[in-house]
Design a protein around this ligand. Structure first.
Ligand code: NAP
Length: 272
């Protein structure tokens, strides 16, 4: 069902472009309900031209639009200049941050007049509508606020409300950094394919299509990945030989160590 709220975006880069394009595609929101701004006019001009949304020259002018939701889609390091960019303007709308590593207490002190603040962690597949986002409210939300935030974030893929802000650091380690784990595994598979004698081009194509096809199968099958794995593992076959090598090289322990390292780093960055 169409949502009548007005949305303002600070930033007009990759993530904001993905959100705005998906919102318009889904027809939840119309172009005249949305405004954006960027640091350099070029980026927001490009987005406004492509999508017909409004644009403004600066974050404080964006507030003249009287948005119901202000989305912070700039880089985390830009939070420090936002207060001065907004000057003496009060932000009295909901504020939704998609910035990595900026905790709710920092956002609350930057936007003391906002009725509620939402911290979210999307991931890069959101750029093609195949992401997953975790989010948390600073204060218990009104049901209309819950609906608005869910409508906006689910444009990137499933959007799941988390019980505590600590879960944001956990989600960061799993889904935020997770795409890079798969990209790295794809590179490793491609390298191994070359090592055993496939040409550069064949190694690339077979590695990429194996990963994308398997990911699609996981998402479309009713079976758990464990069962899908068992289906391709015949006793004493080629897959079993490879999986035994994974076990002896402690792949699961390696993945656990990687996720734990990302989790600890996320906590450090949030506290910096
Ligand atoms: N990319 C992802 O998949 C992903 C995943 C999770 C979280 N995030 C978070 O999403 C946010 C945006 O990431 P991105 O990849 O979309 O970055 P991006 O493509 O670099 O876009 C950042 C945008 O912010 C604008 N901006 C910077 N300073 C500003 C200011 N003071 N006022 C107004 N606009 C300003 C930039 O303007 P100019 O273009 O004019 O410089 C640009 O349009 C980041 O905080 C990141 O942590 C991204």
């Amino acid at each position: 069902m169409a949502n009548k709220a007005k949305l303002a975006f600070i930033g007009a880069g990759k993530m904001v472009t993905a959100i705005v394009s998906s919102l318009l595609r889904s027809q939840f929101f119309q172009a005249d309900q949305i405004i954006c701004c960027s640091a350099n006019d070029g980026t927001s001009e490009k987005l406004a031209e492509a999508t017909k949304i409004h644009r403004s020259g600066s974050p404080d002018e964006v507030l003249d639009f009287n948005p119901d939701l202000l989305v912070l889609g700039c880089k985390p390091q830009q939070i420090s200049t936002l207060s001065s960019d907004l000057g003496s303007r009060k932000v009295e709308s909901l504020v939704l941050s998609i910035m990595a590593g900026i905790p709710l207490d920092r956002l609350s002190s930057t936007f003391p007049d906002a009725p509620n603040i939402i911290r979210s962690m999307p991931n890069t597949p959101g750029q093609i509508g195949a992401g997953i986002t975790g989010y948390v409210f600073a204060n218990p939300p009104l049901s209309s606020d819950k609906l608005l935030v869910s409508d906006v974030l689910s444009s990137l893929g499933p959007a799941l409300e988390l019980k505590s802000e600590d879960d944001i650091d956990r989600v960061t380690a799993v889904s935020g950094s997770g795409p890079a784990y798969l990209f790295e595994f794809t590179c490793a598979l491609e390298e191994a394919a070359k090592e055993i004698g496939l040409s550069h081009d064949l190694a690339h194509q077979f590695a990429i299509h194996t990963i994308t096809g398997s990911a699609k199968l996981i998402s479309e099958s009713v079976l758990h990945p464990k069962e899908l794995r068992n289906q391709v593992t015949s006793p004493n076959g080629t897959t079993q030989a490879a999986l035994e090598s994974f076990s002896s090289s402690a792949l699961r322990k390696t993945v656990y160590k990687a996720v734990k390292a990302a989790h600890e780093r996320s906590i450090e960055l949030s506290n910096a």
